[in-house]
Design a protein around this ligand. Structure first.
Ligand SMILES: Cc1ncc(COP(=O)(O)O)c(C=O)c1O
Length: 450
């Protein structure tokens, strides 16, 4: 079956991928790739795989041929670096003390984690449910919004990603997850064009002059429908796309006006990645519900969380989550320890500082490069958009793929988003010298386009 044009990651089927695969001569690597492709159902962004992995430590991954790559993707799980020794020890100790807890038995690490998330989340966000993955945490948030409002409709953004489940795919806005094999999706899942100043759906040149029609449209749809349960969105898109100033305050006001809850998905952006604990803190708003995942498990174990306003605890007779590992002491211990490491190693401030440095360097080195249309991001989540025509802002996915494979050859792994955006998202523990080395690799790979 032929799929939609991919918008996340590099393509499994491009000429650049075929050329890269042909250059992989190591017998162990080729054999593992062959077995992977044979054993797994093929899907976009996964099998057949781009490479193999045998080790992961700190900012590094290593393949079966012993080649090392700085990992500037890490599926956004690796804030504290891979294999943090303190996290490994905490997990070992917890497995010895209590390896599992059935949901109906309260256990210390799960309770402590829920309490701690309530402490670090702003406003009245304080009631928590855990799931194994982020997509499931989005499902919990959607159900809770239905329960709390008595409404079922949602409003979310085209191009958004909230996970691969049916609920998450319904509020997501990418064809890869919505079209063909995915439908029919949830009824009442309405969409509007997202904020994206570089590729504004309304054709405006920038937030200084436009009056934010992207925010007005949210208000417009909420008013027209009159019964939308929740606006669901990523406060900053991880691809990355940052919101224009004032955007979220306008949407927050619209939600309040229309009795609609605001659910902000912090699964990749949360826990300090953008230089604030929650990325919505850049924008001066507090949602009614937020979801965390990915890095919450410290890059070792899967755990995600839905955190709601305390007064939204209104569905006690129904199952909102009911996931087997909802109170797993080992995954919750991993999350607690990860939060401690983030606090004690000052990783939130570190992300802000290193992110400013990276943005300044990229702007200096590439700001006037004809192949670079835009450089944007927050903290240690930033991206370089590759174009064939700066004036027309024409995406150049072929050039982006060539640049990607050049970087891979030079020892830097990352993801291409939206077909042509080099998406760079290093661990928060990265040393400045390694960050500079990675930026040198990206700059050289772009300049090699000639
Ligand atoms: C914004 C966002 N929401 C939800 C998810 C889904 O998380 P998971 O893959 O753990 O289900 C992701 C994963 O990439 C994400 O980026």
């Amino acid at each position: 079956m032929t799929g939609p044009r991919h918008t996340e990651g590099e393509s499994n089927t491009s000429a650049a991928r075929a050329a890269w695969a042909a250059r992989q001569e190591n017998a162990a690597t080729r054999e593992l790739l062959r077995r992977d492709a044979d054993a797994f159902l093929h899907q976009s962004l996964s099998s057949p795989c781009v490479s193999t992995i045998a080790k992961a430590e700190g900012i590094w991954i290593e393949d079966t041929a012993g080649r090392r790559y700085m990992d500037f993707h890490g599926n956004s799980v690796h804030h504290i670096g891979y294999g943090h020794p303190r996290l490994k020890q905490a997990i070992r100790d917890q497995m010895d003390a209590l390896p599992f807890a059935p949901r109906r038995f309260a256990c210390e690490p799960a309770v402590e984690l829920a309490e701690e998330l309530g402490r670090i989340a702003p406003g009245d966000l304080g009631k928590v449910l855990f799931t194994t993955g982020g997509s499931d945490a989005v499902e919990v948030a959607l159900k809770l919004a239905r329960a709390a409002t008595g409404r079922f409709k949602t409003l979310s953004f085209w191009d958004a990603f909230h996970g691969a489940g049916f609920g998450a795919s319904s509020v997501g806005g990418e064809a890869t997850f919505r079209s063909h094999v995915a439908g029919p999706l949830l009824p009442g899942a309405e969409h509007v064009a997202p904020f994206h100043c570089y590729h504004c759906a309304y054709g405006h040149p920038g937030p200084e002059e436009c009056g934010l029609p992207c925010a007005s449209m949210v208000d417009y749809v909420l008013a027209r429908e009159g019964d939308v349960a929740a606006v669901v969105a990523e406060p900053m898109r991880a691809v990355p796309v940052t919101p224009p100033p004032g955007y979220w305050r306008r949407v927050r006001e619209a939600c309040d006006r229309h009795g609609t809850l605001l659910i902000l998905d912090e699964i990749p952006t949360g826990l300090g990645k953008t230089g604030r604990m929650f990325s919505f803190e850049h924008d001066g708003v507090v949602p009614d519900i937020t979801v965390l995942g990915k890095s919450l498990g410290g890059g070792m174990l899967p755990i995600a969380a839905c955190i709601a306003r305390r007064d939204l605890d209104v569905a006690g007779d129904f199952a909102l989550g009911h996931y087997t590992h909802e109170k797993n002491p080992v995954t919750t211990r991993a999350a607690l320890t990860t939060l401690q490491i983030i606090a004690e190693e000052g990783l939130v401030d570190r992300a802000a500082e290193l992110g400013d440095h990276a943005m300044a360097r990229l702007c200096d080195d590439l700001g006037s490069d004809p192949r670079v249309g835009d450089i944007r991001g927050r903290g240690l989540m930033f991206g370089v958009e590759i174009v064939s025509d700066r004036a027309a802002r024409t995406p150049d996915p072929e050039a982006a793929e060539r640049i990607y494979y050049r970087c891979l050859e030079a020892g830097l792994s990352f993801k291409i988003s939206a077909g042509n955006v080099l998406t760079l998202s290093p661990p928060l523990v990265i040393e400045r010298t390694d960050l500079d080395r990675a930026l040198d690799i990206v700059t050289a790979a772009i300049r090699a386009e000639g």
